[in-house]
Every structure is written in C-alpha cells, then in structure tokens.
Design a protein around this ligand. Structure first.
Ligand SMILES: Cc1cc2nc3c(=O)[nH]c(=O)nc-3n(C[C@H](O)[C@H](O)[C@H](O)COP(=O)(O)O)c2cc1C
Length: 366
C-alpha cells in the first residue's frame, strides 16, 4: 500500500490525474489502443471470450475496440468482427455490458480496409479504393498469404454509398450500447487512402487538392457525428506512417488541414499515432496537430510509463494509448500506478487462436 501510494504520487502522477473525454470524466489517462485479434466467430461476430477479454481491461480510461468492419465490403483480414448485422450487434452488446458492469468506457473503432483486401473476401470482386493502385506485399487470406491485386477505383457516384456504410455502422454501434465510436483514419485503410496522395490520384472532387482529398474523410466524420453527436466521436490518424504502402508529398500541410477541420467539429478526441514501430519519418511533430484541436488528444505508439508521463506532463497529449502493453497486462493502469513489473506480450498469439494469449495474461492479484 505504501509502495502504491508512493509510486502514484511520484513519477507517474500526471497519468493519474482525472481528465475529460467528451461527456466522460475519467480518473486517469491510460487508454487501451485498438487491437485486431482475429478471433471473431462465424458471421464475423465477437464471442463470449471477447467479452471476457475486454471486461478484464475495463480499468482503462477508455477502451477502443479492435477495428470493426462497417460493411461486408470493408473486410480484409480473417476472423475480424463486423458491425453491420443484427447478430454482430447482439454479440457486441454482450461485450459492452461486460465492460459497463466494471465501470468501463468503450468506443468501437469503425473500419473499412479499402485496398488492403483480396477478391477472396468479396466473392471474387475486386476490393475498392480511391485509385487503382495496389499496395506492395501480400494479404492474409483463409488460404494463406496472397499477393495484393490492383483494387477498383470507386466511381464518383458510389462514394456516398460508402459514407452511408459508415453511418450504418455508427447506428449499429449505438444499438449495441457503445459509449461512442472512433473512426479509423489511420494505418493505410480506406480513409487514410483517400487522404494521402500516394494512394489517391483521383481527378474528381475527391482527389487532387488537399481540400478535395479531405472531402470523403470529412463526409464520414459528419455522417457519424450526426448519429452520435460529435462529443462521442474520435478520429485516429497516423500522419507519418508508411505502413500498408502509404506516403504523402506534404503530410504536415495535409494533416494540419485535416486537424483544423476536425477541430471545428467539437469531436471528443483526436487520436494521433506518433510511432508505428517501423516508419522512421519524423519530418514534422505530429502531436503539434493537437494545437488546432479543441477536444482531447490521445497519443499512441511505443509509449512506456516514463514517456507517457512526460507527454502528458508537457500538455502535448491528454491521454496515452497503450497497445501491446495493454494486450499483455489486463490491469495495466494499476501496474503503472504502482511501478509494477509488466507481463511481456507474446506476438505468436496476437492474431487468431483461443484463450491463450487472449484472456489468460495474469493480473497482479492473480
Ligand atoms: C496485435 C495488434 C493489432 C492492432 N490492431 C489495430 C487496429 O485494429 N486498429 C488500429 O488503429 N491499430 C491497431 N494496432 C496498432 C495499435 O493500436 C498501436 O497503435 C500500436 O501497437 C503501437 O502502440 P504500442 O507500442 O503501445 O503497442 C494494432 C497493434 C497490434 C500489436
């Protein structure tokens, strides 16, 4: 007890001051980062094991769920959950109820993978994207790794229907009882593909100038905010990540303009990936984007207790999201508060499988 108090009052204290996130006041700043675990059942519905997994982590200031498809067209990985059928909503409701029973706050991450997919996921049809540009590398399918195929560029008059898919996903998330939603605008998926000029070569009003490239992402934000109210919507971005073959010629200008537009919309938070673990571009300070933004800033990517404390203490972020550390430590906030040892994550059980590496990581109390 003495140790716990000492640690909390000492070096990590800034992480354990209350903070506001949309309509919620949270007791600390330790967020669970969204993480795909590829353990959904038939019909892309989460399971009772998933409810256990998130319930175990309900002491987070906020849980952001694994990325979740808003439509069948949005899928690109095996056994990832959706939020477009009634069965998926019912399954997610059990997760939400379990987290709420422990006093947690949980947002669903809304996802469309765009070109990061394969015809096998779409009855033989090509995945859709802003432009017909294939990512490098290979895609996970039920039959193992396969080379990416060149996606089909969305027709101008199809784009409103993809916005409607995000709106539908937002409505379904509301039915499932979530506290809010996070729009996945990071890591090279559909929204990011529209933002960046390496993947968006369109010549209509959704491509070319920065204003045009923001049009689809902002249409999604506005549609989702109309369902939830902006104070229950967050957006995740990864401005300098090269993951999934992404690049942009002027990322500071592009994401500066995006952050300003988001800032005008009174959203709950901007979730900024500062480090994806393998891109080394540091050409601008991505957390400075938070200055244009009224709501909370969540920083994510490679943080430990010390760097998280520093970034919160400096005022550059209000919250810090932990990915792998939260995956491996269900009671991460308590451990950070006490300066306790952390369990090491096991990458061999990140994706797919059962309880091992999912619900069996020990807490401090056993
Ligand atoms: C197993 C795993 C799955 C992930 N899935 C997602 C995801 O679904 N959505 C997302 O935005 N980021 C995803 N990420 C990225 C994490 O949210 C986080 O940004 C990244 O792991 C860096 O943070 P960390 O160093 O604290 O782990 C995933 C990361 C891991 C390790």
């Amino acid at each position: 007890m003495t140790t716990a108090l000492h640690a909390t009052e000492g070096s990590v204290a800034p992480l354990f001051r209350p903070a506001t996130l949309g309509p919620f006041t949270r007791p600390h700043r330790v967020v669970m980062s969204p993480m795909t675990r590829s353990r959904a059942a038939e019909g892309n519905a989460v399971t009772s094991q998933t409810a256990t997994y998130y319930r175990q982590r309900a002491s987070a200031a906020l849980i952001v769920t694994e990325a979740t498809q808003v439509s069948p067209g949005g899928v690109g990985y095996p056994s990832t959950p959706g939020i477009h059928t009634d069965a998926q909503v019912e399954a997610w409701r059990r997760v939400v109820d379990a987290v709420h029973a422990e006093g947690g706050v949980i947002f669903l991450q809304l996802w469309h993978v765009g070109r990061m997919s394969h015809p096998m996921y779409h009855g033989g049809a090509l995945p859709v994207a802003p432009s017909a540009i294939a990512p490098l590398g290979e895609v996970f399918t039920a039959e193992g790794m396969k080379p990416f195929e060149t996606p089909r560029a969305l027709e101008t008059d199809e784009i409103a229907s993809v916005v409607a898919e995000f709106r539908h996903g937002a409505e379904m998330a509301k039915k499932a009882g979530f506290d809010g939603v996070e729009i996945h605008g990071a890591n090279g998926y559909l929204i990011d593909q529209f933002l960046r000029d390496g993947s968006n070569r369109r010549t209509d009003r959704y491509g070319g100038s920065i204003e045009n490239r923001l049009r689809f992402p902002l249409a999604v934000v506005d549609a989702v905010a109309a369902v939830w109210g902006p104070e229950r919507v967050g957006v995740r971005i990864s401005p300098l990540s090269a993951f999934n073959s992404m690049d942009d010629s002027h990322p500071a200008e592009l994401f500066g303009a995006f952050a300003r537009e988001l800032g005008e919309r009174s959203l709950a938070y901007l979730h900024i990936v500062t480090d994806d673990g393998f891109s080394d571009d540091r050409s601008f300070d991505v957390l400075s984007l938070g200055e244009a933004f009224e709501g909370a800033v969540i920083a994510a990517g490679g943080f430990d207790a010390q760097s998280a404390t520093e970034v919160v203490e400096s005022g550059r972020a209000d919250f810090v999201a932990f990915g792998r550390a939260f995956l491996a430590n269900p009671d991460l906030p308590a451990r950070l508060a006490r300066g306790a040892e952390l369990n090491a994550p096991d990458p061999s059980t990140f994706y797919g499988g059962g309880e091992e590496g999912y619900t069996d990581y020990p807490t401090l109390t056993g």
